[in-house]
Write a protein that binds this ligand. Structure first.
Ligand SMILES: Nc1nc2c(ncn2[C@@H]2O[C@H](COP(=O)(O)OP(=O)(O)OP(=O)(O)O)[C@@H](O)[C@H]2O)c(=O)[nH]1
Length: 109
């Protein structure tokens, strides 16, 4: 789906990027996709929420290790956008309330 995402960038003020943090094999491609999204000119002022999803699934790597592999600190430091990260589980609902609070905080009133 990545190739068609730019069709939706115009007038986009907030963005939620979901990472499957149980799938270590996909981490680097997910990171590259995120970098391409963050460098898109129409999104340069968007508020960005990165969700590390599937935290209910036992994984051989901790979230700290996954974030390090993802180079999340470097990405946040160099991106023009305001970026928030959260760990969630779409399955159990872990973190859902925080996601809703974030959405409320970035919603244009
Ligand atoms: N345990 C668990 N399962 C989840 C979670 N989120 C999604 N899933 C399940 O994971 C399966 C695949 O969903 P996704 O990863 O969203 O789908 P996808 O991105 O098309 O899948 P891939 O391209 O194969 O990675 C579905 O059965 C979902 O119900 C979660 O937080 N925890």
């Amino acid at each position: 789906m990545g190739p068609i995402w730019p069709s939706y960038f115009t007038d986009c003020f907030s963005l939620i990027f979901v990472v499957d943090s149980s799938n270590i094999a996909q981490i680097s491609s997910s990171c590259i996709l995120l970098l391409s999204v963050l460098s898109a000119e129409p999104l340069c002022r968007a508020s960005v929420l990165i969700l590390f999803n599937k935290r209910d699934i036992p994984c051989i790597m901790s979230l700290v290790e996954i974030k390090s592999l993802f180079r999340i600190d470097d990405i946040i430091a160099s991106a023009p956008q305001s970026i928030t990260t959260k760990e969630v589980s779409a399955s159990s609902g872990q973190g859902l309330q925080e996601v809703l609070s974030w959405l409320e905080s970035v919603t244009i009133k």
